[in-house]
Write a protein that binds this ligand. Structure first.
Ligand code: SF4
Ligand code: SF4
Length: 378
């Protein structure tokens, strides 16, 4: 049913009205937005998308409108528009509310639906993580007990990380012997929250909060930001943030040497860690302790992984990645470091496809290599 002006109002608020009204249309966010940089189209910018959200809220556009569909999916969800916004618009929240409404029912991309279903299969990840030797419930070196007597926090093992990158889980477990490590961990729900499943995403985060006592330390910037938004920032630390605040047990973190010289290492930020939690200095500081840190001009810009984006929109994702890979190679680094398993997958796949000599590793792997004096595998 339409109102007198011919509009069909959306039943109930889709968006937090305070957030939606905060945008003053100044456009300061436009230069920070990777999709706007790609297309030059106002609709692909944060301001343009907020105007689309307003049109949806007012009933001027319906959820099956093609531009709404396209822009809800084209946005990377990188939140680069947040730190530059003078009005304090929390765009990430608006995007979650938008997709929760937009991708309801048949509109949800099949890949996202399938991944969310998979991530909900907790026993499967526990089993596969165990089979892959992802340090589930035991320390790889046997140097520390799974539950140290004075543990003040817990190590979270990412669900896909355990299966795809068990080496990262093992390295993290070895680096933080002071944390409790248990095998029976579920998904944190970030995947759901970012793909139109807000309620499920919150439910999974709350459950994980009950299962993992104390401060939760995670190897994934994306999971850290989501958990912090549900459990509160005091309950959650990303691994680099945790390690940088802790003194190295020996006072000597070791040095990573390649071909007889100090290694040259670049960092790719995790968007949600940098833009959502404001954590960017700790991973740089940790790299600088063991190698020569080389700052990439676009380190803080999305690599195109963006959660499910590389699967949902592979062509755009690869286009965004291509420029990043050229930059990494031009920087003359030996290694590029990720602080999020999704970014690791994206960078590693891209560099391999390009037959690049540069290696992509997770920060946990890098730190362990330096500690054990092991160069990166070719
Ligand atoms: S910078 Fe903030 S207030 Fe300005 S247009 Fe972008 S979202 Fe709106
Ligand atoms: S989240 Fe990233 S891609 Fe989406 S509007 Fe903001 S800056 Fe642009």
């Amino acid at each position: 049913m339409t109102d007198r002006s011919g509009r069909r109002p959306v039943p109930g608020p889709v968006f937090d009205p305070d957030q939606l009204s905060r945008c003053i249309s100044c456009g300061f966010c436009l230069p920070a937005c990777p999709t706007y940089a790609e297309t030059g189209d106002e609709a692909s910018s944060p301001r343009g998308r907020i105007n689309l959200m307003r049109a949806l809220q007012e009933g001027d556009l319906q959820p099956d409108d093609p531009t709404l569909q396209e822009q809800a999916s084209q946005c990377l969800g990188c939140r680069a528009c947040e730190p530059v916004c003078p009005a304090g618009v929390e765009y990430g929240q608006l995007l979650e509310q938008w997709r929760d409404h937009q991708w309801r029912g048949r509109h949800m991309p099949t890949v996202a639906r399938a991944l969310m279903w998979l991530a909900g299969l907790r026993p499967l990840f526990v089993l596969l993580g165990g089979l892959r030797g992802a340090a589930s419930g035991s320390r790889p070196s046997g140097a520390a007990p799974a539950v140290p007597p004075d543990a003040t926090g817990s190590l979270m093992l990412g669900c896909f990380e355990r299966v795809l990158f068990p080496r990262v889980s093992r390295a993290a477990a070895a680096l933080v012997p002071e944390l409790r490590l248990t095998a029976d961990q579920g998904c944190c729900g970030a995947l759901h929250a970012h793909n139109g499943g807000t309620a499920k995403g919150e439910q999974l985060a709350l459950r994980l909060g009950e299962d993992l006592p104390g401060t939760i330390v995670t190897t994934s910037g994306g999971c850290a930001a989501h958990l912090a938004s549900v459990l509160g920032p005091d309950r959650v630390r990303e691994l680099s943030d945790h390690l940088a605040a802790r003194k190295h047990p020996d006072g000597t973190p070791g040095e990573l040497r390649i071909d007889g010289r100090r290694a040259r290492v670049a960092l790719q930020d995790s968007c949600h860690l940098r833009n959502g939690l404001g954590v960017s200095a700790p991973p740089r500081e940790l790299i600088g302790r063991i190698a020569d840190h080389v700052e990439l001009p676009s380190a803080g810009t999305c690599c195109g992984a963006a959660g499910t984006y590389s699967l949902l929109r592979p062509r755009e994702s690869r286009r965004i990645l291509a420029a990043k890979l050229d930059e990494i190679e031009a920087a003359g680094v030996d290694i590029v470091v990720a602080v999020n398993p999704g970014c690791l997958r994206q960078l590693r796949t891209g560099l391999r496809r390009k037959r690049s000599p540069v290696r992509a590793v997770h920060l946990a792997e890098l730190l362990l290599m330096a500690e054990r004096n092991v160069p990166p595998a070719a």
